[in-house]
Write a protein that binds this ligand. Structure first.
Ligand code: HEM
Ligand code: HEM
Length: 145
């Protein structure tokens, strides 16, 4: 169960990153090309939010199942510090940014503004995910830090 959840969480990361990249590229082209915010743009944003929110639930379940919540007194160990605190904390901020970006984009009335809000919020989220959801887990996994 725990292993299956870890695999799901690991796989979902690529869906989140993939849809983030697609949403950013489409909205960049929409923003600078002054294009409408179309139905496909909306579907991409919805799928991105669904995968992101699923990742939140899977992450929290893993956090307690793998016992990282009991490691908060062990902060001098880089692995316990990363999985016990840094990863979850950074990812919650990331997930909040993606959700706020979607809400702001949905609330905007003009297409340009919809694209602009998406690009700004999703780009910051992408940088944080690449660092705390891809690069650092890989380096830790290989024992490089
Ligand atoms: C702990 C669990 C969850 C929390 C705290 C949460 C929170 C939120 C929040 C704050 C919004 C923004 C609402 C708005 O547009 O004003 C939202 C939207 C959304 N959530 Fe979640 N969510 C959770 C789980 C899920 C799950 C499991 C899914 C599906 C896989 C999901 C899919 C969505 C979708 C599709 C929207 C977008 C609605 C839209 O933009 O029209 N969420 N969620
Ligand atoms: C977009 C959001 C997220 C991404 C991209 C992400 C990415 C990852 C990756 C790549 C791994 C390593 C998987 C493996 O070893 O195969 C992982 C593990 C984990 N994540 Fe996340 N994560 C996200 C959100 C969260 C959240 C919100 C939490 C909740 C606190 C969380 C808690 C964990 C835990 C506890 C592990 C297991 C560490 C272990 O014991 O090996 N994640 N995550």
């Amino acid at each position: 169960m725990e292993i299956a959840l870890l695999h799901t969480h690991s796989l979902l990361r690529w869906l989140v990153v993939g849809f983030l990249v697609i949403a950013i590229i489409k909205s960049l082209s929409g923003w600078f090309g002054k294009k409408d915010f179309t139905k496909p743009d909306n579907i991409i944003a919805l799928l991105l939010l669904s995968f992101t929110h699923l990742q939140l639930i899977a992450g929290f379940a893993l956090y307690f199942m793998k016992g990282w919540s009991t490691q908060l007194t062990n902060m001098s160990d880089p692995i316990a510090r990363f999985w016990g605190m840094e990863h979850g904390f950074t990812m919650i901020i990331t997930i909040a940014l993606i959700t706020i970006g979607r809400i702001k984009s949905k609330k905007a009335t003009e297409s340009i503004q919809k694209h602009k809000k998406s690009v700004i919020f999703y780009s910051i989220a992408l940088v944080l995910i690449i660092w705390a959801g891809i690069v650092k887990p890989m380096l830790l996994g290989k024992g490089l830090i």
